[in-house]
Every structure is written in C-alpha cells, then in structure tokens.
Design a protein around this ligand. Structure first.
Ligand code: NAP
Length: 299
C-alpha cells in the first residue's frame, strides 16, 4: 500500500492517475474526498489534515511507501505555513517510522534553506531536515516552479489580464526559474519508484527537478499572457508597495484574498538547479518546454 498526501494538487493529481493506471494500491490522505474527482473510487481514503497529526496514524496502517506532497503556501485557519509544512512533515516522518514504513518520498523545493527570505522555503528546509534525519529509506525531490495549464498562477494572470491594460509584477521580476510541467514531475516520481514498465527504481537520495528553460519571473508572465492570447505590457511595482497592498487585502478579505504576500514573495526568489535537467533526464524523462505545454507552437 502506498500513502499519497496532496493527491488533489497539481503534482498529486498527475501522480495519482499514473499510480492507479499502474495498478498500485493507493490510499490518499485527504481533507475532502470529493476533491479527488472520479479517482476517489479507485483508491482507499483516509480522512486527515496536516493540522491533525493523530490522523496520520490511521492513514499509515499497512503502508510501505509514503509520497508526501501535501504542503501549503499560505497560512490556514488550522495552522501556519511553518506548522503545516515543517512540523507536520516531522510528525508524519515520526508516525511513518512507528508504522514500519519502508520508503518515505518527500517534496521539498529548489533553494529551500533555513535562512531563505520566504517563510515557505524556510519551512521546507526544516521539513527536509526531518526527512533526511529519518531512519527510513528516503527520497527527496526538489523542484523548481511546477506548473500546468489552468493552475492557480496561470489562471490568476489570465484573469488579471482580462481587466488590466498593464500587468503589474512585484519588483522587477528578475528572479529566475526552470519551470517544470506537473506531468513531467509525476513521471519522475513513477520512474524513481520503479513503477513504469521496463524502468527499475533509482536509489539516489535527492533529485533536483528542473525544466529545460531558464526563465525570469517577468518572462514567465509574458509567456503565460501570450499563450492566453492577452499580451500585456509589464509594469514593475516596488516590492514594499506590493507587500503593503497584499497585506491590506489579507486583512480585508481574509482567506478569500486571491494572492497573499507569502505567495507573491515566492516569485522573487530564484529556484534553479546547477544540474539543469540532468536529474530529470537521469530518471528517463525529457521535460517539455513551458511554451509548448501552454500551446504556443513557436516555442
Ligand atoms: N508548485 C510549485 O511550484 C512547487 C515548487 C516547489 C516545490 N513544490 C512542492 O511540491 C509538492 C506538490 O506541489 P503542488 O504544486 O502539487 O501542490 P498544490 O497543487 O498546492 O497542492 C497542495 C496539496 O496539499 C493539500 N493540502 C493543503 N493543505 C492541507 C492540509 N491542511 N491537510 C492536508 N492536505 C492539505 C491540498 O489538498 P486540498 O485539496 O485539501 O487543498 C493539495 O492536495 C508540494 O510539497 C510543494 O511544496 C511545488
């Protein structure tokens, strides 16, 4: 039995499709099973929440492999970014050790260090340390920006472009990424686990997942808007101004705010791998260019 957390997310939904197609018995730790869509009839469901570590115990019964994707980039009513990414992962690893899990797969992020300027990447570094210190065999995937057509960022940019004549970016948009498609990420995990026909598992401890292009935040926004058929001039807004505006939005709109400062700040921190696509290629995956995935024929 494989326990998948975050199965309703960008990577999780792509991975779950592959796991069920491969006939792997899967249990999903979810807050709301309806969000699994039609996949919910093909898996076992464990109701659980990152803010409720006792829920991990039931979910882990009889599990040999954990793929822990669930994570947050904004505070939730049940817990902060630090609690839900850092402490929850530490508690999940402890529960997995007690349950006799054999392999713990964890998703960190490129550039996650304990001194990063963003709360999310600092919390990811804490979580990664907990996984690395564990006695269970573990694998860490550290992706750059992960995207898929229609994801939250792409949808937000397309919607803003419908109402704004120029597109504001926080700061100059100079942070750089190697965006990788969620479907390519899911292929990497399947191949690492040795679940694809003809592919044997890989026993490295850490894989950096980067796509084939290095694009700045600004270039990504331009590409997304171009693919949406709504090209706009980009206007750099000083980051302190953006922070004040988004913080005010959070106070007014609470959890309904379309973007928080913690989320926007993630687009000011470069996430690249010196290895380029080497780890992804090593897992037998040729990552797609972002423009091609978004339907730009000239990409
Ligand atoms: N996307 C990126 O650019 C990126 C970059 C670097 C690293 N990563 C890491 O890669 C992994 C997968 O990312 P992703 O983009 O696929 O994530 P995602 O789309 O944001 O999905 C997050 C998942 O976590 C679940 N979740 C959120 N809060 C939860 C809670 N309190 N209890 C239980 N589950 C909860 C969500 O479930 P609900 O349906 O209940 O909301 C969802 O399934 C994550 O660990 C992420 O940190 C992502």
């Amino acid at each position: 039995m494989l326990l998948l957390t975050g199965a309703t997310g960008l990577v999780g939904s792509a991975l779950l499709r592959r796991l069920t197609a491969a006939g792997t018995p899967v249990r999903c730790l979810v807050r709301d099973p309806r969000r699994l869509g039609s996949d919910r009839v093909r898996v076992q469901i464990a109701l659980g929440d990152l803010s409720d570590p006792p829920s991990f115990r039931n979910a882990l019964r009889g599990v040999r492999t954990v793929v822990h994707l669930a994570a947050v980039i904004r505070d939730q009513p049940g817990g902060s970014i630090e609690e839900l990414n850092g402490i929850a992962t530490w508690r999940m690893v402890q529960a997995a050790e007690r349950a006799g899990v054999e392999h713990f797969v964890f998703f960190s992020a490129l550039g996650a260090t304990s001194h990063d300027r963003t709360r999310v990447l600092r919390a990811k570094a804490v979580a990664e340390q907990a996984v690395l210190a564990s006695d269970i065999r573990h694998t860490v995937f550290a992706p750059s920006l992960v995207y898929a057509p229609g994801d939250r960022l792409i949808t937000l940019l397309s919607r803003l472009a419908m109402i704004l004549p120029v597109m504001p970016t926080s700061g100059r948009g100079e942070a750089v990424y190697q965006p990788i498609w969620a479907e390519d990420v899911a292929d990497c995990v399947i191949n690492q686990l040795g679940l694809a026909a003809g592919v044997t598992g890989h026993h490295h401890e850490r894989f950096e997942l980067a796509g084939p292009q290095t694009l700045s935040h600004r270039e990504i926004v331009e590409l997304v808007l171009h693919a949406a058929g709504r090209p706009r001039r980009i206007a750099a807004v000083p980051a302190p101004l953006v922070r004040r505006a988004l913080r005010a939005g959070e106070l007014l709109m609470k959890s309904r705010t379309p973007i928080t400062w913690d989320e926007a700040e993630l687009l000011e921190v470069s996430m690249t791998s010196r290895l380029g696509t080497a780890d992804v290629n090593g897992l037998g995956v040729t990552p797609q260019q972002m423009g091609a995935v978004l339907g730009l024929t000239s990409a």
